[in-house]
Design a protein around this ligand. Sequence first.
Ligand SMILES: CC(C)(COP(=O)(O)OP(=O)(O)OC[C@H]1O[C@@H](n2cnc3c(N)ncnc32)[C@H](O)[C@@H]1OP(=O)(O)O)[C@@H](O)C(=O)NCCC(=O)NCCSC(=O)CCC(=O)c1ccccc1C(=O)O
Length: 298
Amino acid sequence: MPDANWTPQGDYTDIRYEVSANHGPELEPGAGPTPGSIAKITIDRPQVRNAFRPQTIVEIAHALDRAREDTTVGAIILTGEGPLAFCSGGDQQVRGDSGYLTDPDNPDRQPSGSSVGRFHVTDLQVQIRRCPKPVVAMVAGYAIGGGHVLHLICDLTIAADNARFGQTGPKVGSFDGGFGASVLVDAVGPKKAKEIWFLCRQYSAQEALSMGLVNTVVPLERLEAETVGWCEEMLANSPFALRLLKASFHAAEDGYAGLQQLAHDTNLLFYGNEEAQVGRDAYKQGRRPDFSVFPKRP
Ligand SMILES: CC(C)(COP(=O)(O)OP(=O)(O)OC[C@H]1O[C@@H](n2cnc3c(N)ncnc32)[C@H](O)[C@@H]1OP(=O)(O)O)[C@@H](O)C(=O)NCCC(=O)NCCSC(=O)CCC(=O)c1ccccc1C(=O)O
């Protein structure tokens, strides 16, 4: 598998943001430019098993926006620094009585809301699901607590053979009854989801694979190559088809908000259609539109 050849971008303290050179599977020898690039967001706090504090979430959100806006990027990898953890959830050292607070060691970089406590990860979860590009969790080591929910809401999860999964909420006085419950039920079924939350056990990568929590398990040393390979396969496919598929999968789960995204995506397609342009042009020219040439499709 080819080297992704990452180029760092941006100025972050808690994460790294990197973009691969335009690459992908050669469609045909000498076929010219390859299908696009991959963005990689790495939580870079290995000293706390990549636990997130408010600043971390703000930075992931910023990087995700950046990847979304970059029209060369066709797939996004979310991962954690080092082999020991993908993410261990909310940083319990900065957990206040009303949410997650600013880090006393880092008072200058105080994200909005963190002086009074807030759950910054709430909006990030929605942002990952809303992102019209596939987001792939690349998991080595622990994906625990809020870190487990993060991998869960990614579209795909590629796990290293040393990965360990689980929720700790009821042990540490927390729970995620949002996507952390509903998406888990969809993935593993209600009995297993309740077991995971009620007992707070940890599960091996193979156990996670057999219960449908992850897409594949590979040796740790092959984790990135395998993840990049999966991203390349998606890069070779129609980006708009992937976008619509992601929205379609979420339409029922996310209710009106899911339908709204799917509906607006069809609007986006319709704007490129002659029938929609006839309406726009007639309005701009101050005349009645003539839609008579368009079939009333059966
Ligand atoms: C992840 C472990 C199983 C790893 O174990 P191990 O390899 O033995 O390493 P340790 O020696 O335990 O840890 C090394 C070092 O890291 C520190 N650390 C680890 N995790 C955290 C953490 N989450 N916060 C702060 N610090 C952490 C640990 O203290 C050590 O430090 P030293 O100074 O070296 O001693 C294990 O570490 C573990 O179980 N960690 C805790 C996992 C956990 O309980 N996480 C929090 C769950 S609750 C949560 O994530 C918030 C929920 C949430 O996100 C949410 C939900 C719903 C709405 C909103 C929110 C939201 O916004 O937060």
